[in-house]
Design a protein around this ligand. Structure first.
Ligand SMILES: Cc1cc2nc3c(=O)[nH]c(=O)nc-3n(C[C@H](O)[C@H](O)[C@H](O)COP(=O)(O)OP(=O)(O)OC[C@H]3O[C@@H](n4cnc5c(N)ncnc54)[C@H](O)[C@@H]3O)c2cc1C
Length: 650
């Protein structure tokens, strides 16, 4: 903690907007929300923590139900994962009564209301016979999966942010199927060239924050990537040898792999970590490592100890202008230039999820354009109506998907799910599991062992996507920066939100206006294997209370920006911590994964159709991208959908 600062000075006692009130209903969304009704009867599983809305008796059918406005701990929020963890620990069925049949029957039940699940419902609607019925179940209190929407009211105005899935990345590379879906939803990505202000931040630069615990002194240096490296680092609290070597790495153009062919160089870089490349091949002193350690954290969720040098070379553009040094003299052909990172709705790809919901449930959001969806208020009471062809049921964790009869001949699948401690079942002719790969073996224990192993190979990448609404962003303007790289701090990256305005939504372009700050934490544990780092990081996220994270946020912002006038007690208006314990799909990487033949890659084995059950989700592609989620939905729907006359599959 900043020397001399206590909790009071940091503002831990301050009321944070929306933590206390939601639509006029008192809602303490603190760490200790204890469910009353759900397990008072002693029937259902012991859920000691419940969703903040349900805990206050505000269910999905209640007009006050509006999760985007909730702050504090979001993402995998309290109440969303406890049942799944009981299933994992094999304690769920022991404690649970026989499920109760709802009597509901569907043509398709989709598990997971992320972009993949929603896209599957959309594609199915195009292929299935008229009148086909679809149910989408999700364990969270909001749909969208990672593509969640965060809303804030700060200084009297609406601010939006992406709870997870940030942007449509490289839309030109999307498959024809994914491009067509975006087009049908009304998304024209070219329009972002005018909606996204590419000039505003180009005037502002990047700072680096060296923290006391790692570097010996708290020190914020501006001009990173702009000033000559020697000048930029002249005031850094690092050893002379570290300063000399970082400058050397960024300025000299040496072939550190001299004597190897281009092919051999790439093969070598693929099998050594970037940390080893720096110290063993570029001969940099190990003192440089803390400076570079978290460069790859935003893309890979681990540091340079666990990512290959080749991966760093091929993904050069972290933090915009700051690149990985050491490759310039190798004579390798540069990776192809990517489209600008501007395809961003104010709530990120939550707008894609919302557009899908608007298409699936007519009337759920007013309007009909990609612009008006941004500020259109969603009516959650419409999502799960009895007569509707598509129903989206939230707060519902699926605990079993089993064929009624032999897998090869069964006519139906029974889906069991838990809502507020009650276990219910529905029946369906087909099922798409658009959830997490690692969850599927628990839902379908009868799957072949080889497939279960392949599903379990996917260890999702944990992250904190923290959003802090602040009174104004004048401190950033005074410092001449829009982002801070903080290599060894709790949050390793801090940035002003994306400068994008569309429809009626206006980005806070003046420094006197309130702003949302994005803060990234990758809770990795350097030194372990990449997948173990993810497992340990997930444990950290689930075991850290919101108050501890809030203290870290306030302390870090004070230490970085306090000397320039920022006061966390005065300037912070709201905090939303999007806890993605199960974040990005696991992507294969040359340092930690074998080079399997395409057909033997775990994601390919994992996604095999099993009777009337198919598997979607970005895990099924081992690619953590929206287009992968869409493409996998398309494949899964083609596996299960009958033709429009009702003949055929599955
Ligand atoms: C922090 C973050 C940032 C990202 N940024 C980007 C980006 O900028 N661009 C990009 O293209 N991609 C990004 N991604 C990747 C993102 O995962 C995909 O783009 C896409 O949103 C994944 O959609 P999905 O439907 O496959 O999975 P998910 O979004 O994970 O949806 C699956 C849903 O299934 C639910 N579920 C799981 N088990 C059960 C169960 N038993 N019962 C009921 N429901 C269940 C889950 O809780 C979840 O809601 C990001 C991911 C994260 C975590």
């Amino acid at each position: 903690m900043a020397p001399g600062w206590d909790d009071r000075q940091l503002g831990m006692n301050r009321r944070i907007t929306r933590r206390d009130f939601l639509n006029g209903v008192a809602l303490a969304v603190g760490a200790s929300i204890v469910s009353g009704a759900a397990h008072a009867q002693g029937a259902g599983p012991d859920l000691s923590i419940e969703d903040p809305l349900l805990a206050r008796g505000i269910a999905q059918q209640d007009p006050r139900y509006y999760p985007p406005l909730l702050t504090a701990m979001r993402g995998n929020h309290p109440g969303s994962f406890e049942v799944a963890h009981q299933l994992r620990d094999h304690s769920f069925w022991q404690a649970s009564p026989e499920p109760e049949a709802t009597g509901e029957q569907y043509d398709l039940v989709i598990v997971g209301a992320g972009i993949s699940g929603l896209a599957a419902a959309y594609f199915y609607g195009k292929k299935a016979r008229p009148g086909a019925r679809v149910l989408v179940l999700d364990n969270h209190d909001d749909f969208g999966g990672h593509a969640k929407r965060n809303e804030f009211e700060a200084a009297g105005r609406l601010l939006l942010s992406n709870g997870g899935t940030q942007s449509i990345e490289s839309p030109s590379d999307y498959s024809l199927v994914a491009k067509k879906l975006l087009a049908e939803l009304g998304i024209e990505t070219d329009r972002f060239y005018s909606y996204y202000d590419q000039k505003l931040y180009s005037k502002l630069g990047t700072a680096c924050f060296f923290d006391r615990d790692t570097f010996g002194a708290d020190c914020l240096l501006t001009g990173m990537g702009r000033k000559p490296w020697a000048e930029f680092l002249s005031g850094a609290p690092i050893s002379d040898v570290a300063r000399r070597d970082i400058v050397r790495l960024y300025t000299e153009k040496v072939d550190y792999l001299e004597g190897l062919s281009v092919h051999e160089k790439r093969a070598k870089l693929a099998k050594i970590s970037y940390a080893d490349y720096l110290t063993k091949y570029c001969r940099a002193h190990p003192h440089v490592l803390p400076f570079f350690q978290t460069y790859p954290a935003d893309l890979f969720g681990v540091g340079i100890d666990a990512v290959s040098a080749l991966t760093c070379f091929e993904n050069p553009d972290d933090y915009g202008s700051i690149t990985y040094p050491g490759f310039e003299g190798l004579g390798l052909s540069e990776p192809p230039e990517e489209e600008p990172y501007i395809f961003h709705f104010p709530d990120g790809n939550a707008s894609i999820a919302r557009l899908l919901v608007r298409a699936l449930v007519p009337g759920s959001i007013p309007g009909n354009t990609m612009e008006d969806v941004v500020t259109g208020r969603l009516n959650y009471t419409r999502l799960d109506r009895e007569a509707a062809p598509v129903r989206i049921r939230l707060n519902s964790t699926v605990v079993r998907a089993r064929h009624l009869g032999d897998v090869s001949s069964a006519e139906e699948v029974e889906i069991a799910y838990v809502t507020s401690g009650k276990v219910s079942t529905v029946r369906t002719r087909a099922c798409i599991l658009a959830c997490y790969n690692s969850m599927i073996p628990y839902l379908c224990p009868e799957l072949p062992e080889k497939q279960k192993e392949a599903l379990a190979y996917c260890v999702k990448v944990p992250y904190l996507y923290t959003h802090v609404a602040i009174r104004n962003w004048s401190v950033f303007e005074r410092l001449g920066i829009h982002q801070i790289v903080a290599p060894a701090s709790y949050h390793t990256y801090v940035a002003l939100d994306f400068p994008v305005s569309l429809g009626q939504y206006r980005f806070p372009s003046h420094p006197d206006e309130p702003m949302v700050l994005f803060m990234l934490r990758s809770p990795c544990k350097p030194g372990l294997s990449r997948r173990d780092q993810y497992r340990m990081g997930r444990f950290e996220l689930y075991s850290t209370p919101f108050a501890d994270i809030e203290r870290q946020i306030r302390d870090q912002l004070q230490r970085m920006l306090g000397p320039c006038g920022f006061d966390p007690a005065r300037d912070i208006e709201a905090i939303t911590v999007n806890r993605w314990a199960h974040g990005y799909a696991y992507e294969y990487e040359s340092l930690s994964d074998p080079d399997w033949p395409p057909a033997e890659r775990p994601c390919v084995v994992a996604r095999r159709q099993f009777g009337r059950i198919s598997i979607a989700n970005s895990d099924a592609a081992a690619r953590a991208y929206t287009d992968a989620a869409i493409d996998e939905a398309w494949r899964a729907v083609n596996e299960v959908a009958p033709d429009r006359q009702g003949r055929g599959k599955p």
